[in-house]
Ligand binder design. Structure first.
Ligand SMILES: Nc1ncnc2c1ncn2[C@@H]1O[C@H](COP(=O)(O)OP(=O)(O)OP(=O)(O)O)[C@@H](O)[C@H]1O
Ligand SMILES: [Mg+2]
Length: 1082
């Protein structure tokens, strides 16, 4: 690390404690609480010393990015917050730099995240180790071996959707530079029973589903398969698909991975053929067939399926069929053949399927190994990654043979864990020269011995039972156990001689119980013997060996009759024990790194932390034990340099720099802090602190000191900042002031200068004005003198010459000229005078403009005078006639259309000359008074509107109507009885004369008359009435008026007549109330 980099520590920003070793107080509750707290804050990793505890988050966290890889690369283990990368980095670096082989042991129960952890470690190492085309190919092959093995060895279980159903140990090999060369994979105990039967809610191995959903149609056809899962007895149906898993896509991934790992196309094809054969084996069914000897012999029900299988793997159908019906037992030279009943046939079928699949799986592992094998013979450095199934304690009575084996393996792992941890601890103490204090811990070697002891271990007895002649069953095995192991302090059984368990009802009769290091586990013996035997009838292996299918043949070398081995094949227990022993031996040579995976809940769900479940795991993973061992001597250790670097601020001598060796610095520091001597020890390169409390005390002090230092730095910085600012402001102030002064002086100078100029200019102005005044005065005087002299001269001259001028000659000439003009004007006017007719409009033109007003006035006067002269010519009679005409004009002008035609006619009054005409002599005698008007008018008949001529007479006091012929008076009405006269506004001559109501004349009603001389008649009637009665009668001009006829009031209405009616107005009685007069249109 460069000097400039910021040094951090695990202790920075810690949530809970990052290292359980520092837990105070150390108890199960605080342990769980710490894990939970960290889990809730997305800190899924926690250390116990160098062991990493990983809690499955069940969701993807952003903590595995390439940036994170860079962050953890080449950093010390305790420098950053706990992470699996830190462990991987530590392991890889000590492998590369210190030449120490490493192994990474990942344990935990199903679903705890072991496989994910192993992949993370591998990908981290791949990311940080060397680069280059060749190296990259090796890395790719190593990484791609995972999907292949997962397809064939993983399955969905109730606990994990991608549960590894085999144990895996992988050695990754590196060269001296740390570049990967290749690898070796070992597999342990594939759970092959899954091939033929899966528990509820679980699936068979992924590959079956991947093949059926992902293979193209032609491939399926070739393999004689159908896509439908339900067609196959071996595929549990209740959970054929897994949420979020795309089997078809995974199939492509797996094929791609196989290609990268180095499988040839025909090899892949062979593998898929074997997988198909296994799948189809499940569909073979048997039926019983009675034999002569009374025994049932099984027969294959549907030969078609058998035929297809045989075709697939190239076996003669009869050979396989026979192998399902007979079993040959060979002993020395003898060969005994017995028939199989239906149950045995099914057993044989399933055994074949399981064997075929598990052998295929082992073959795959070997094939991958062949591909990823390191190509050089040089010495290699090795990093082993062990992903092995965890300890199983669950469900009473459910624990069976496989779990027993698994627990045994875990027991062994715990043993080497303790051994190695202690050894490492001890080695460190020795290395550091610290006195070794004895650590009290539980050694589980005694439990391992109970299981694996060659003479009286449980496995050895199981083998013995399996090999023993006579009837062998699980019960006989349990009996044997009861006899031999009863005395063992970790073995418990109901039937054992030890009376202690006789009444223990939690311990059923068909079970035994072992007190493992992690807790007591109950095992049901059912199936132990059978599974240990792992029997495949020789007839079947021989049949398989006969196959023409190369892969199948190679899977069954034991079927080769020439190499017949009468010895029984090793039992499953024995094999496992041997492989575990090899593994342990292998691991012991390496530097161990532990990842302990913990499953936080049973629901495969994020954010849930079930205390009881985790507590259980913490117990059986022996984590508390782990912490205790780690803390037995000294809880915390650290090399001197980082320690001094971290705490140097706590002591004056070491702060800020310690010049001497780091160790001495730490010594000075601790002494200064007065930490009790028994709390720490000085190793060669490390300081060892016994109690976490001391460390926390140091941390607290450091925190406090850091705060103080921060305050100090802050104080100094603030002071510096303020001072700098002050100085800057001061400097600025001086500059500003200088500039201002200069500016002010400039201003002042300019002001004075301009004032001086003003004063100067005023003085100059004043002087100039004074001079000007003087000069003007002088000039005025000169001028005055001249004027006075000139006037004086003029006066003198006028006096002398007055007698020679006529002073007012101009005025006289003017007046004379005007006089002449006027004279001429009047004379001309006299000669051009217009006629005396008042209607003559002529008048001579005006000669001079200035005479306009006079000229107009003269014209007016002349006209008035001319009119007066004209009027003077009128007689009295004519005057009366004009009076009448004037009256008529006032009454009718612009009111009645008949009027204009009357203007030109003189009003003669007596048209009939009654007094002269002998015809009317009688009438003339009757009328004594002077006749004002006499004329023939038409009286309108009220009934029909017809006109009858009548003589109309108007005298001074009355008006009369008389017969035209006889001159007999028909009506006589005094003028005082009249009220009004009505007529239309048209050209007609109709008019009504109204009579006052109540008068004698009224009895006859109003008169409706018609005359061409209407204007004259009505005018005269009006004037006479006025002069005789002094009352005006009413003149009503309207196109519609009412007339009283006796009792009736009749409306007289004037309408425009059509032209065909001629130019005479016609009257017509329309109805009782209406008299219509059609007037010719104008
Ligand atoms: N670090 C992680 N980040 C995110 N998810 C994880 C992590 N570890 C585990 N998981 C989730 O938990 C599931 C189970 O993990 P994994 O298969 O590694 O368990 P396992 O311990 O190998 O179980 P088994 O013993 O059954 O094989 C994974 O499929 C993944 O969804
Ligand atoms: Mg796994």
């Amino acid at each position: 690390m460069s000097k400039m980099e910021v040094k951090t520590s695990l202790l920075d920003n810690m949530i809970g404690v990052g290292d359980m070793v520092l837990l105070e107080p150390l108890a199960e509750e605080s342990f769980l609480e710490n894990l939970k707290k960290r889990f809730d804050h997305n800190e899924i990793y926690t250390y116990i010393g160098s062991v990493v505890i990983s809690v499955n988050p069940y969701r993807s966290l952003p903590i595995y990015s390439p940036e994170k890889v860079e962050e953890y690369r080449n950093r010390n283990f305790y420098e950053l917050s706990p992470h699996i990368f830190s462990l991987a980095d530590e392991a890889y670096r000590s492998l590369r730099d210190q030449d120490k082989d490493q192994c990474i042991l990942i344990t935990g129960e199903s679903g705890a995240g072991k496989t994910e952890a192993s992949k993370l470690v591998m990908s981290y190492v791949a990311a940080v180790c060397g680069k280059g085309a060749e190296v990259n190919q090796v890395k790719e092959q190593l990484l791609q071996s995972n999907p292949v093995l997962e397809a064939f060895g993983n399955a969905k279980t109730v606990r994990n959707d991608n549960s590894s159903r085999f144990g895996k140990y992988m050695d990754i090999e590196f060269d001296f530079k740390g570049d990967p060369l290749g690898g070796v994979i070992s597999n342990y105990l594939l759970e092959k029973s899954r091939v033929v039967k899966q528990p509820r809610g679980e699936r068979n191995f992924h590959v079956f589903y991947q093949l059926l959903s992902g293979a193209p149609d032609d491939m399926l056809k070739k393999l004689n398969l159908e896509r439908d899962f339900s067609k196959y007895n071996y595929l549990g149906l209740d959970s054929a698909t897994v949420n979020g898993v795309d089997d078809a896509a995974n199939f492509r991934t797996v094929r791609n991975a196989m290609q990268i790992v180095g499988f040839m196309d025909d090899e892949t094809q062979s593998v898929l053929e074997v997988v198909s054969a296994v799948l189809k084996l499940g569909n073979i069914e048997f039926k019983p067939e009675s034999r002569v000897n009374g025994l049932d012999e099984s027969r294959v029900k549907d030969k078609n399926e058998l035929k297809e299988i045989c075709e697939l793997i190239g076996i003669e159908q009869t050979v396989l069929e026979r192998a399902f019906s007979f079993r040959t037992v060979e002993a020395k030279q003898e060969k005994v053949s017995t028939t199989l009943n239906v149950a045995q046939a099914y057993y044989a079928r399933d055994a074949l399927a399981k064997n075929l699949y598990s052998r295929l799986f082992s073959w795959l592992v070997n094939r991958i190994n062949e591909s990823i094998k390191a190509q050089t013979k040089t010495r290699k450095k090795v990093m082993g990654v062990l992903d092995i199934y965890g300890f199983e304690i669950f469900e009473v009575g459910h624990i069976v043979f496989e779990q027993f084996i698994i627990n045994y393996c875990n027991e062994k792992l715990q043993q080497i864990f303790i051994e190695l941890t202690l050894r490492e601890e001890q080695e460190e103490y020795i290395r550091e020269g610290i006195e070794w204090t004895h650590i009290d811990y539980f050694n589980n070697a005694i439990i391992c011995d109970l299981i694996e002891n060659n003479t009286n271990g449980i496995l050895a007895m199981l083998d013995e039972e399996c090999l023993r002649p006579g009837t062998v069953s699980d019960e006989t095995f349990l009996e044997k156990l009861n006899q031999i192991c009863a005395g063992h302090e970790h073995f418990e059984s109901r039937m054992s001689k030890n009376s202690k368990f006789l009444n223990d009802h939690t311990l059923p009769h068909n079970c035994f119980r072992i007190q493992h290091y992690a807790g007591k586990v109950l095992y049901r013996v059912e199936g132990f013997v059978d599974k240990n035997n792992d029997l495949l009838y020789r007839d079947l292996s021989q049949a398989m060996w006969k196959a023409s299918h190369n892969l199948v043949k190679s899977l069954f070398p034991d079927g080769n009759p020439t190499k017949i081995n009468l010895k029984r094949p090793p039992t499953a227990g024995f094999q496992f024990k041997a492989s575990v022993a090899t593994l342990m031996k292998n691991l012991l040579t390496k530097n161990p790194n532990y990842i302990r995976c913990i499953k936080p809940n049973d629901k495969k769900a994020a954010h849930i932390f079930t205390d009881s479940l985790v507590c259980h795991q913490v117990r059986y993973l022996g984590l508390m034990e782990n912490v205790r061992v780690r803390r037995a001597g000294y809880a915390f250790r650290q090399t001197y340099e980082p320690c001094l670097e971290r705490y140097k601020m706590l002591c004056k001598q070491t702060w800020p720099h310690w010049r001497g060796p780091a160790r001495e610095g730490v010594e000075v520091l601790l002494k200064d802090l007065q930490i009790p001597r028994e709390e720490y020890s000085y190793g060669r390169s490390k300081i060892f602190i016994r109690n976490p409390r001391t460390l926390f005390h140091l941390e607290d002090q450091r925190k406090q000191r850091l705060q103080d230092l921060a305050a100090l730095i802050q104080k100094i910085y603030r002071g510096w900042k303020c001072r700098t600012r002050f100085l800057l402001m001061k400097r600025s102030q001086i500059t500003v002031a200088a500039w201002y002064r200069r500016y002010a002086q400039q201003k002042k100078y300019q002001r004075i200068k301009s004032s001086a100029i003003v004063v100067q200019s005023y003085i100059r102005g004043w002087k100039a004005r004074r001079e000007l005044k003087r000069l003007k005065e002088e000039a005025r005087r000169k001028h005055a003198v001249a004027v006075i002299w000139a006037y004086w001269l003029g006066l003198k001259v006028r006096r002398d010459y007055r007698k020679f001028f006529r002073a007012n000659a101009g005025k006289k000439i003017y007046e004379f000229t005007i006089q002449r003009i006027m004279q001429k004007y009047f004379l001309e006017l006299k000669n051009k005078m217009p006629s005396m007719s008042p209607i003559d409009k002529t008048w001579p033109a005006r000669p001079y403009l200035f005479l306009e007003a006079t000229h107009t006035e003269l014209r007016r006067i002349f006209h008035l005078w001319r009119c007066k002269k004209y009027r003077d010519l009128f007689t009295e009679q004519k005057k009366a006639i004009y009076d009448e005409k004037l009256e008529a004009s006032e009454m009718f002008k612009d009111k009645k259309a008949l009027y204009p035609s009357s203007v030109g006619q003189p009003f003669q009054g007596d048209y009939l000359e009654i007094s002269k005409n002998p015809k009317y002599q009688k009438l003339s005698t009757l009328v004594e008074e002077k006749i004002i008007l006499a004329d023939i008018v038409n009286k309108i008949n009220r009934a029909n509107g017809k006109a009858t001529p009548r003589i109309f007479l108007l005298t001074k006091n009355s008006f009369l109507l008389a017969d035209q012929k006889s001159g007999q008076i028909k009506s006589s009405v005094p003028l005082s009885d009249l009220t009004s006269a009505s007529m239309s506004a048209q050209t007609d001559g109709f008019f009504a004369v109204r009579v006052k109501e109540g008068t004698p004349a009224a009895a006859k009603g109003d008169f409706l008359l018609s005359s061409d001389r209407l204007i004259e008649i009505v005018t005269k009637l009006y004037r006479t009435c006025l002069s005789s009665t002094k009352e005006k009668i009413n003149i009503e001009i309207s196109d519609e008026f009412l007339v009283q006829f006796k009792q009736d009031k009749v409306c007289v209405k004037f309408v425009q007549g059509s032209p065909k009616n001629g130019s005479v107005a016609a009257c017509k009685r329309k109805n009782n109330r209406l008299l219509e007069v059609a007037v010719p249109s104008p």
